[in-house]
Design a protein. Structure first.
Length: 420
């Protein structure tokens, strides 16, 4: 574990992690490789099973016909992890086990490597119920809880279902692409939740990085948010209770700071948007962009000026319309929608947050593509102020952003050269 954090007993929360010294904003606090990970079945045909890159053409493992890789190098590097799994998958063909079963299997194989001597103990099942066992069985990953019934004292587990946002370097903006990967970490299970956390977790490849988004004082607890922070107190609390089985008593939940703003406007005017969100999500999942855009436009024009842009449901609908426009190549319209969301994002993300940084990058890419160069340069600069804190300067996303900024600078120079 990195020297700047230590385990401690957090009042009312059990174990936690706290800073042992001052941690600067943007500092990398901790970095970890997952104990096990697997690509979700949903995207298993589109993503390299080793480096998680999304590729048009992937090589398929000739034996299990399940694993896919971008090239021979990835396939070779993955083999030490994949070989045992490959044998199991082959024996089950044509059936493919569920994500949680595949993840559990990968976890066992990883552990067998680490503790081959305690294999017997690992596989024996006892009815001992610890908090985590209960928690995990509620998460429907029972195979894991069986395996761990005996080894909870050894370590606890942190399970993360990741929904990353991909930004492709090709094209002006590649629409956000939601997918699911499953990762397992230990040691990070000690991080407690806060609805306004002082750290964020970001992936670089399969490696997880924990970074401070504010300056953290010695002995201050390190926190992350387990859920999307942009939602009403009542909804956050419900989600935390259902998924993580605790009641959040953080400062933000206490003062309900942004709740009023999130539901601003007449309820009769924003309720239809709130009630349509799940339908819009379905259309998005079906890539039914034309219908999605029409539905969003209809909702937005009905709400028009009666509902302010700060309204959370209006923001969600605007974002869905933005996604649809990007997929359909309606760049001008996409830019208009994107620009409307920016002041709202700024308001709701007081600390640097990846979602806010990525939104700025999307808008910047649209401006750049539409040749609004100086506006693009300005938007990218704002994005960089956030991304350098949440992702650090060496992250591939930051490098992509810096390249865009460089392109803008060169184009502005060229323009002023021609004007003189
Ligand atoms: Zn790969
Ligand atoms: Zn295979
Ligand atoms: Zn809270």
């Amino acid at each position: 574990m990195a020297p700047k954090l230590e385990r401690f007993v957090s009042p009312g929360k059990g174990n936690g992690l706290r800073a042992t010294g001052r941690i600067l904003k943007g500092e990398l606090v901790f970095s970890a490789e997952p104990l096990a990970n697997c690509v979700s079945k949903k995207v298993s045909r589109d993503v390299c099973h080793h480096c998680f890159t999304r590729c048009e053409t992937l090589l398929r493992c000739s034996q299990c016909k399940m694993a896919r890789y971008c090239n021979i190098t990835c396939q070779k590097q993955a083999w030490s992890v994949h070989k045992t799994e490959c044998k199991c998958l082959r024996s089950l063909l044509p059936r493919i086990p569920t994500d949680s079963v595949r993840l559990a299997a990968r976890l066992i194989f990883a552990l067998v490597n680490v503790w081959s001597h305690s294999l017997f103990q690992l596989f024996s099942y006892s009815k001992h119920k610890s908090g985590i066992l209960v928690k995990m069985s509620k998460l429907n990953i029972f195979p894991l809880s069986l395996i761990f019934a005996h080894s909870f004292s050894l370590f606890s587990i942190f399970l993360l279902f990741l929904h990353p946002i991909f930004i492709s370097p090709s094209g002006p903006v590649c629409p956000s692409f939601l997918s699911s990967y499953c990762f397992l970490f230990y040691s990070l299970s000690l991080l407690n939740h806060d609805c306004r956390p002082n750290c964020v977790m970001v992936f670089e490849g399969t490696k997880l990085q924990l970074r401070a988004v504010r300056e953290i004082n010695p002995e201050e607890e390190l926190t992350i948010s387990y859920i999307e922070t942009l939602s009403l107190t009542e909804d956050r609390q419900r989600q935390l209770e259902e998924q993580y089985h605790f009641t959040c008593h953080c400062q933000r939940c206490g003062c309900k700071d942004t709740d009023g703003l999130m539901v601003s406007g007449e309820e009769v005017s924003w309720r239809p948007m709130m009630e349509s969100l799940s339908r819009l999500d379905e259309l998005k999942a079906e890539s039914n962009w034309q219908v999605l855009l029409e539905s969003c436009k209809h909702l937005l024009s009905a709400a028009s000026s009666v509902v302010p842009d700060e309204n959370l449901y209006k923001l969600r609908v605007t974002d869905a319309a933005l996604d649809a426009c990007i997929h359909l190549g309606y760049w001008e319209e996409a830019l208009g929608l994107g620009l409307r969301t920016l002041p709202v994002y700024r308001q709701y993300y007081p600390d640097p947050h990846p979602v806010h940084g990525v939104q700025l990058m999307r808008v910047g890419k649209l401006q750049h593509y539409l040749e609004h160069i100086s506006e693009a340069a300005d938007t990218f600069k704002q994005a960089y102020q956030i991304i350098k804190v949440t992702h650090g300067d060496t992250h591939s996303l930051t490098k992509d952003l810096l390249m865009k900024m460089e392109e803008c600078r060169a184009e502005i120079d060229q323009q002023s050269f021609h004007n003189n």
